[in-house]
Design a protein around this ligand. Structure first.
Ligand SMILES: [Zn+2]
Length: 339
């Protein structure tokens, strides 16, 4: 963990001179980096996702003083939000003019609108079809530094990635069709073969190692430490999984997010695990929840017919509530007690 954090800090130290700094009391003064014309400015774009529940943060209930109040156990309805924020424009979204222009484009050229992003596939779609094109529209000629939390879903590999985990020792059985790799002499290593029925099939670990001249007779698929997912290069116990995963083409396999972002010539970095304080979007989520509650109080105040300063007063007075209580109307004399 510490090693990854140090590596992360080193990467950031290298990239920081290419980024603008923000000065002044409200951080509105932008100091652009002084860069040679062939080096692009980097804009930090941070991602995070959060799930908001209808009963989030509700610790108080209201009712008769002599009755024991039962708190809701369920979290209530939820919405899953996956969001990008950047230092330059805040929310990563098109400008109002660009939105109008985007709407005029034919369907297949248009940046799609927000859809439900739940699975890894949806998330990749959000990155490829929205985040990258919107960034490029809003920051022509600049490089995005996309930063993600170090979660399992962000570490997922493409289906054809050079990863040993889902491979079998022999050619048979269900295993993914892998993309081409590299032979020890750097020539192309095709990871599939065509069987006697003319069907393309994946090669197993043994055949791939044999073709590289690395197969040792009676090699088992996984040794004890590999079964426990401990990949230690100094490990004395050798197994087929271990040998193949140490080959340069398998070693250099990047996860899917890094692949698509780097293919678009942007940069992708993962925050160190358990360091959510490094991701400033965390503070944004905390605030947004507070503002969501505030909006709900305004909605209830308006629903009771309170306007202007009366609504602001009610929203402030009942800051700890999700809704403004109906009794507020007595305070303003909108109702008398016989109503
Ligand atoms: Zn092993």
């Amino acid at each position: 963990m510490v090693a990854y954090r140090n590596q992360f800090l080193e990467q950031m130290a290298v990239l920081r001179p290419r980024m603008a700094t923000y000065e002044g009391e409200s951080m509105e003064q932008v100091v652009l980096p002084n860069l040679p014309s062939n080096i692009s400015e980097i804009i930090l774009v941070t991602h995070d996702e959060s799930v908001f529940y209808a009963n989030d943060g509700i610790t108080k209930t209201w009712g008769p003083a002599n009755e024991h109040q039962i708190q809701r156990k369920s979290q209530g309805l939820s919405i899953h939000v996956s969001e990008f924020i950047c230092e330059s424009i805040g929310h990563l979204c098109l400008s109002e003019e660009d939105k109008v222009m985007n709407d005029l484009l034919p369907n297949d050229e248009r940046i799609p609108y927000n859809e439900a992003y739940v699975t890894h596939k949806d998330f990749m779609k959000q990155v490829v079809e929205r985040a990258i094109p919107i960034f490029e529209q809003m920051h022509p000629g600049k490089t995005a530094l996309f930063m993600f939390d170090n979660s399992c879903s962000h570490n997922a590999y493409a289906n054809d990635a050079l990863v040993v985990l889902q491979m079998n020792l022999k050619d048979e059985g269900k295993q993914p069709l892998l993309r081409d790799g590299k032979m020890p002499d750097s020539s192309v290593h095709i990871m599939t073969f065509v069987d006697e029925d003319g069907i393309k099939k994946p090669k197993g670990i043994q055949r791939i190692l044999e073709e590289c001249g690395l197969w040792i007779e009676n090699l088992q698929k996984k040794c004890e430490s590999c079964k426990l997912h401990i990949f230690d290069s100094t490990n004395e116990q050798y197994c087929a999984t271990h040998i193949l995963s140490c080959q340069p083409d398998f070693m250099s396999q990047k996860n899917h997010l890094k692949e698509v972002i780097e293919a678009a010539e942007h940069i992708c970095i993962f925050y160190p695990k358990f360091h959510c304080e490094l991701n400033y979007i965390e503070a944004f989520w905390r605030d947004i929840l507070r503002f969501a509650r505030r909006s709900e109080r305004f909605m209830s105040a308006y629903a009771y017919g309170l306007l202007g300063r009366a609504a602001i007063f009610a929203v402030k007075k009942y800051w700890s509530h999700r809704c403004v209580p109906l009794s507020i109307l007595y305070e303003f004399g909108h109702l008398n007690s016989s109503n």
